[in-house]
Design a protein around this ligand. Structure first.
Ligand SMILES: C[S@@+](CC[C@H](N)C(=O)[O-])C[C@H]1O[C@@H](n2cnc3c(N)ncnc32)[C@H](O)[C@@H]1O
Ligand code: SF4
Length: 413
């Protein structure tokens, strides 16, 4: 999911994952379980930070994220520029506390551990970060990257998100992955030890040749190995990818949409049986091991995006207004241009758009209703001034959704 800090692709993925299957707010969620994830606008001094590493070893056949295949990455220059952009973006904001950090990509496990460590050192030198602050990174489970796990931990990473995708070797070939299922199992086993169980696994479903039976088997296997967190990705056939060409040319066939829906429902059931709580449409955690960084996105908290193509949501004070305004920001996409701009200007913010109250409302609803907490009154009123949730729910269209049970309005207590 993923993610703003997120790269364009990650942002899309967070809006598109399997949303059609889970749009009601659970009536069982009580006020107590909601409160930890409310950040009032007055928390303009706190932010999550996403750092995008834009390079990959190989192009997966299905992926259209902002990533580049490059065997001659200038690691020293990337490190200098990631540090510089981090410093500029934090210092020009009112942020003094970092609530979580997420290194995503592309493939951040191809970065040198000292690059990640230097970015974290810079953050800790200009803002407050607690020793227990969640610091996640995405890891591709190749043997090369498995060997670096301990170094990543020493660099400051305390949560690993591993792109296992599938345990079927033929499917890994179709998807263009550069690891086998036994590489993934080795990586997962080591990561669970090194990160004391703080490990998440990405699994993809609905690709050509995938069957319900395969999916059930690999999910059961996965839940035995990873006891903490699982993210599910329904395959999106992206225009311009190798897989898109193969499917449109009739060389590969996707499972039909009913079978894919059954795969999603089976996953919800299996994960529940194995003790995982579904806390978002596509995210499942055991023992409250939620991804706090993603919860920051889903509750409309402030986040900075560092690195090529990353997205951010930042509260800014304008000279003409006493109230802070929320901006949607995007950094320059292409790494060479991003490097040049950071060297020239200290940052490569390509677009800054002030969000209207309606933009903020739509965003909060579209991400918040994906979670088991829904959108809370407190969270709503801290971000969407001028209209209460109760007022919003009294318009004819919303009343219809409430009366047919699609939407549940829990009155403020
Ligand atoms: C962009 S990747 C970055 C992390 C890492 N490089 C990896 O591949 O695991 C993050 C997640 O997005 C998923 N993803 C990328 N393209 C997708 C697509 N077209 N449909 C569904 N999931 C996709 C990947 O499978 C991966 O789990
Ligand atoms: S490794 Fe991850 S980011 Fe890179 S192409 Fe594959 S899915 Fe996309």
């Amino acid at each position: 999911m993923k993610h703003y800090g997120m790269s364009g692709g990650v942002l899309r993925r967070h809006f598109s994952q399997a949303v059609k299957y889970f749009s009601t707010v659970s009536p069982s969620c009580d006020q107590k379980s909601i409160t930890p994830f409310v950040t009032p606008v007055s928390d303009v001094d706190k932010a999550a930070v996403y750092v995008h590493w834009p390079f990959c070893q190989k192009r997966c056949t299905y992926c259209n994220f902002n990533k580049y295949i490059c065997n001659t990455v200038d690691h020293e220059r990337m490190k200098r520029c990631l540090i510089k952009e981090t410093q500029t973006l934090v210092q020009e904001s009112c942020i003094n506390t970092i609530t979580s950090v997420f290194f995503g990509g592309g493939t951040p496990s191809l970065a040198e551990p000292k690059t990640l460590e230097s970015v974290l050192d810079k953050l800790a030198s200009i803002a407050s970060m607690q020793p227990e602050t969640e610091i996640s990174m995405e890891i591709n489970p190749t043997n090369l990257e498995t060997q670096k796990l301990l170094e990543f931990k020493h660099a400051g990473i305390n949560r690993a998100s591993i792109g296992v995708q599938t345990l079927n070797d033929d499917a890994l070939k179709i998807l263009g992955r550069d690891h086998t299922s036994s590489d993934s199992l080795r990586c997962l086993k080591e990561a669970v030890q090194i990160f004391s169980g703080h490990v998440s696994v990405d699994m993809i479903f609905g690709f050509p040749g995938h069957t319900l039976k395969h999916w059930q088997k690999e999910l059961k296997q996965m839940t035995d190995l990873c006891g903490c967190h699982i993210s599910l990705y329904q395959l999106t056939l992206e225009r311009g990818t190798q897989l898109f060409k193969e499917v449109t040319a009739g060389q590969r066939v996707l499972p039909d949409s009913d079978e894919v829906a059954d795969m999603y429902l089976a996953a919800v059931e299996i994960l529940k049986e194995k003790g995982f709580e579904q806390y978002e449409v596509s995210n499942f955690a055991k023992n409250d091991n939620y991804c706090l960084h993603n919860i920051a996105y889903w509750t409309g908290q402030q986040y900075l995006g560092v690195g090529p193509g990353s997205h951010g949501r930042v509260w800014c004070h304008k000279a003409t207004s006493t109230k802070p305004q929320r901006e949607a920001r995007v950094q320059t996409l292409e790494p060479e241009n991003w490097l040049w701009e950071v060297e020239q200007f200290g940052h490569a913010t390509r677009r800054r758009v002030v969000q209207s109250t309606q933009d903020i409302m739509e965003e909060l609803l579209s991400v918040g209703l994906r979670t088991k907490w829904g959108v809370t009154h407190a969270n709503w009123s801290s971000l969407c001034c001028g209209i209460t949730l109760a007022q919003l729910c009294s318009c004819p269209r919303t009343l219809k959704w409430i009366s047919n049970g699609t939407l549940i309005l829990v009155l403020e207590v």
